[in-house]
Structure formats: structure tokens, C-alpha cells
Design a protein around this ligand. Structure first.
Ligand code: GLN
Length: 164
């Protein structure tokens, strides 16, 4: 999705991969596995430093969980994992989102979290059934759904537009 929008991308697996990046995406997946990988590679502190510099980060689904207080603790949110239910409760929904003009985004929610609590610095951008599923804090953008699986590039464009 980012390449389609003209961004040059690379995977981040070890701390040196963060050098000179303009922005970072922490994708969906499995937050337990990511936590283990981050610990194994010594990535937690470099990631916190990266966020502290104000570099834009997009966290999607498990990536939202990684940004929360209980994980990397860079965003003042508490994510509730698997909040909508187990795999069988995965779903798609139209998600009107602040900052996204036009029709609602089509959100793909795969064992998705929601934001159960958030601090005053956090702006909630979208909700599903009254639960926050998208939020911004400074240059951090967190969404509970997978925006990269559909054809709609507006969320990634919004993210790229936040780059200084
Ligand atoms: N349920 C996963 C977790 O807790 C997140 C799922 C996803 O990223 N699609 O990490």
C-alpha cells in the first residue's frame, strides 16, 4: 500500500533497520509474538526512542496493541485484545473516520482490539459500536483494523501526509 503511494519501504527486524527512517508501520499480526521478537532483538528501547523523536508511527491491529501502555508504552491508551471476540467474530464494517473525507473506510477487523481507555492527549477518530477503533496522539496513529487489505488507500495517505 505504501509503495503504491510512492513511498520507499523496508522491513524493520533489528535496531539498525530503524536508522534514517522517516516513519514506521507496526503492522497487524500477533502481539505476543511481536513482544517476544522485540525482546529478542533488543528493539523496545530503540522503538521508544524513535517514537520520542516524534517520528510518525502507524500501528494497525496488533500494532495498535504494541503502542499501548502495557507494551511499548508510547501511546496513552489501553488496548483490549481480541475485544470483539475470537477469530469467528472477525468482521468487516464501514468506519466513518475523522480526517478521512468521502465515504467511510471499509475496516477489516481480524481478532481486533479496541481502545478501552485513553488519556487526554489522545484524539479518538473512529468508533464501532461505541468502542474507539482509531486514534491519534501527536504523530502516532493507531487503528484496530487492517486498512492495508482492501483497495482504499486513504488511511495510508493520511499517514504519509503526516510526515514532516
Ligand atoms: N489478536 C491479535 C493480538 O492480540 C491481533 C490480531 C491482528 O493483528 N489482526 O495480537
Amino acid at each position: 500500500m505504501l509503495q503504491a503511494l510512492g513511498a520507499r519501504t523496508r522491513e524493520v527486524r533489528v535496531p539498525a533497520d530503524l536508522d534514517d527512517l522517516d516513519a514506521l508501520v507496526i503492522p497487524g499480526g500477533e502481539s505476543t509474538t511481536m513482544t517476544l521478537g522485540i525482546a529478542r532483538e533488543g528493539l523496545a528501547e530503540p522503538l521508544r526512542a524513535f517514537a520520542a523523536q516524534g517520528t510518525p508511527i502507524l500501528g494497525s491491529c496488533a500494532g495498535l496493541i504494541m503502542l499501548d501502555r502495557a507494551h511499548l508504552d508510547v501511546m496513552d491508551i489501553r488496548a483490549e485484545r481480541n475485544a470483539f471476540g475470537r477469530q469467528i467474530r472477525s468482521f468487516e464494517a464501514d468506519v466513518p473516520m475523522r480526517g478521512i473525507d468521502g465515504p467511510p473506510l471499509r475496516g477489516i477487523f481480524i481478532r481486533a482490539p479496541w481502545i478501552a481507555e485513553h488519556g487526554p492527549e489522545v484524539e479518538i477518530l473512529a468508533q464501532v459500536d461505541g468502542h474507539p477503533v482509531a486514534a491519534r496522539q501527536g504523530r502516532l496513529l493507531a487503528v484496530a483494523f487492517h486498512a492495508e487489505l482492501g483497495q482504499d488507500e486513504r488511511l495510508h495517505r493520511l499517514f504519509l501526509d503526516s510526515l514532516p
